[in-house]
Design a protein around this ligand. Structure first.
Ligand SMILES: *[C@@H]1O[C@H](CO)[C@@H](O)[C@H](O)[C@H]1NC(C)=O
Ligand SMILES: *[C@@H]1O[C@H](CO)[C@@H](O)[C@H](O)[C@H]1NC(C)=O
Ligand SMILES: *[C@@H]1O[C@H](CO)[C@@H](O)[C@H](O)[C@H]1NC(C)=O
Ligand SMILES: *[C@@H]1O[C@H](CO)[C@@H](O)[C@H](O)[C@H]1NC(C)=O
Ligand SMILES: *[C@@H]1O[C@H](CO)[C@@H](O)[C@H](O)[C@H]1NC(C)=O
Length: 352
């Protein structure tokens, strides 16, 4: 080892290797993007071999896949591809993934956990045949902006409290996905300052509307058509504080009590309350809401005069209420009005 040049020659192959791995054009699929390479290979296999014509190891050249300059996958857009396979758990290792779209396929098996995938902004997985949704899904997803998983036959699941991690959430849609239990009381504007859309229709939700809705920024609220023997119940009083609301679909539940004053809901266009157990007099403030274009009150136990809405408002209140007249705007008999003012103080109980 006296020869001063020996050390150089011993190290040389390593230097050479480093040189080639830095400058090799496909380096990203072998080294820098090592995890991505393995995950993309697993994805390619599990969605059904060759179903997208993906070939070779350079996944950044595969169709529907977008990579950053250094070979990290940030977008996978596989919507409407007639895919029938599954999604592998390795997707969670795509550490730069921002957008995952697999909607409108026939994918089966459990939906993989993406917990901790901080860059994820968009997930579209609606209209598939996934068998379950992971309970830790939202953990650490602080960039998540929109998620749509509508129409999947998941095994019964509940909305986890860890949804709170998704503080950037704007749109959450999980209609017809077998959600059970209560709506968690986490929807304050400080937890979700930008939440505008909450669509949880046709599930198995039960219990009352959470008090935290009171300060939420939700504009479009779909909770209609809960399916269980227990549906959503209690009053709809909290609506009076939800001043951002534009569209409210609560039909097909077991809500009771009167329609609250909706004076502060200056953007409300659509109010669908039909097929519930609402009682009491329709508040005059509703008739004066300038923004309203469509209201459905059919099949409740509403009392007092049949409300007369303005021209151009689409109204559905044809059957099954307890109005004192079947002509809109006609006042009730004085004795009926006295009775109504008495039961008003009792919160308009269902049976008088
Ligand atoms: C959905 O998956 C189940 C089993 O996981 C299977 O029996 C059914 O045929 C699938 N349906 C569709 C439309 O792919
Ligand atoms: C929904 O969950 C229930 C359990 O509450 C289960 O029996 C049912 O099979 C699930 N539905 C689907 C479509 O998987
Ligand atoms: C609402 O339904 C739950 C069961 O889902 C029940 O425990 C509760 O008593 C009901 N509340 C009202 C006000 O009916
Ligand atoms: C509406 O908001 C006020 C003020 O924050 C609060 O005191 C009240 O309890 C809320 N009412 C409902 C029904 O949420
Ligand atoms: C509400 O009623 C209108 C008028 O009958 C109808 O066209 C509309 O489809 C209904 N909307 C909902 C959400 O049920």
């Amino acid at each position: 080892m006296k020869d001063p040049h020996l050390g150089f020659w011993v190290c040389f192959p390593g230097v050479l290797l480093l040189f080639f791995s830095l400058y090799s054009p496909s380096a990203h699929s072998q080294s820098a993007g090592g995890d991505d390479g393995a995950a993309m290979e697993a994805l390619s296999k599990s969605i059904g071999p060759n179903s997208l014509g993906w070939s070779g190891t350079d996944y950044c050249n595969w169709g529907q896949v977008s990579c950053t300059k250094d070979g990290k996958v940030f977008k996978i857009q596989l919507g409407n591809q007639k895919l029938t396979g599954t999604l592998p758990p390795e997707i969670q290792k795509l550490s730069n993934l921002q957008q995952l779209e697999v909607q409108n396929n026939q994918l089966t098996g459990p939906f993989p956990s993406l917990s901790g995938l901080q860059p994820l902004q968009v997930l579209l997985a609606h209209d598939n045949n996934f068998s379950s949704f992971p309970s830790d899904f939202f953990t650490g997803l602080t960039s998540l902006d929109s998620i749509n998983i509508d129409h999947n036959p998941f095994a019964a699941w509940q909305i986890p409290d860890t949804l709170k991690d998704a503080t950037a959430l704007r749109e959450f849609s999980a209609t017809e996905t077998n959600i059970t239990g209560r709506i968690p009381d986490i929807f304050t504007s400080s937890n979700f300052p930008g939440l505008t859309e909450l669509h949880l229709a046709f599930n198995y939700l039960e219990g009352e509307l959470p008090a935290s809705f009171s300060s939420s920024s939700i504009q479009s609220l779909w909770l209609n058509g809960q399916q269980g023997t227990n549906r959503l119940n209690g009053t709809i009083d909290v609506l009076q504080n939800m001043t951002s609301l534009r569209e409210v679909w609560l039909h097909g539940n077991f809500f009771t009590g009167p329609i609250p004053d909706l004076l502060k809901l200056g953007s409300l266009t659509t109010l669908s309350l039909r097929d519930n157990k609402l009682t009491g007099v329709v508040p005059a403030s509703l008739l004066n809401l300038k923004s309203l274009t469509s209201v459905n009150l059919t099949n409740n136990m509403l009392q007092g005069p049949m409300p007369k809405f303005g021209d151009g408002i689409q109204v559905d209140m044809t059957s099954q209420n307890s109005f004192c007249s079947d002509k809109p705007g006609v006042d009730c008999d004085a004795r009926v009005n006295i009775l109504l003012s008495v039961v008003k103080d009792m919160g308009y109980p269902t049976r008088v």
